[in-house]
Design a binder for this molecule. Sequence first.
Ligand SMILES: C[S@@+](CC[C@H](N)C(=O)[O-])C[C@H]1O[C@@H](n2cnc3c(N)ncnc32)[C@H](O)[C@@H]1O
Length: 261
Amino acid sequence: MSQAGYVHGGTDAREVARLEKQADFTASFTFSSVDLKPGQRVLDLATGVGAMGARLLRTAPGIQLVGVDLAAGQLAAARQNHPELPVLRGNAIRLPFRDATFDRVHCSWLLEHVPDPVPVLREVHRVLRPGGMCHFIEVDNATFHATPACPSATEVMRRLNEAQVKGGGDPFVGRHLEKEFTAAGFTRFRVERRPLVGDASDPRFFQAFVDEFAEIFEGLDESLGAEALPLIANAITELRRLPQLEGSSLRYTPSIARAWR
Ligand SMILES: C[S@@+](CC[C@H](N)C(=O)[O-])C[C@H]1O[C@@H](n2cnc3c(N)ncnc32)[C@H](O)[C@@H]1O
């Protein structure tokens, strides 16, 4: 196993900038439950361009952090943009570490891209020390919902999900994480599914939330094909218009899992 067909963009400057911005957004609603302590040995699994890893280091400067990713191109960008973050090439199902190496494993947005999460989680279980904890943030694209309806955006999501499933990934993986953690041998875990809601009550968040999806959509031109370009353009227009419409909202529920070895 390696990586299922990767639906997002590559490592061009636009995609790297998107991932850096996405990391700020992700950190804004996940870092409160990360709780790292100086001296802890931490793995950022599937570190990509190092965006989340660098933010973990900034939040908890005393940790001993290493990032691992399968893709050499992503790691090259990580080394260039975040020289403070040590990174290694490795596959999540065969990590280059001894048993019980880490106090913490952090992982954002990986499991949607692998054909089977269980071997990954088994490997995480192996490299965690007894008492250690892993923290995953994962997608469930079935929770994407706009009011009023945004038909083009909904259709782009549908095609994105289809492309991901066809490539061997799972855009709904967050929905069944309990089953995957159990199958991997974890007996203590908690999965939180708190809806993120963009609406008029917090215009800044609403705008950032809409921008997140609009930028993900912008990067889908390669994976959805040239004939999808007009649809993607309409979807982006629909999303960017949402915050100006009375009574509008955008909802999405990521799954945040914590599991103890
Ligand atoms: C959506 S990116 C997330 C990157 C980063 N965690 C973040 O939040 O910005 C998914 C990453 O998973 C990596 N990946 C996919 N399959 C992998 C595997 N089997 N082992 C290690 N990394 C993998 C990809 O190369 C990519 O960098």
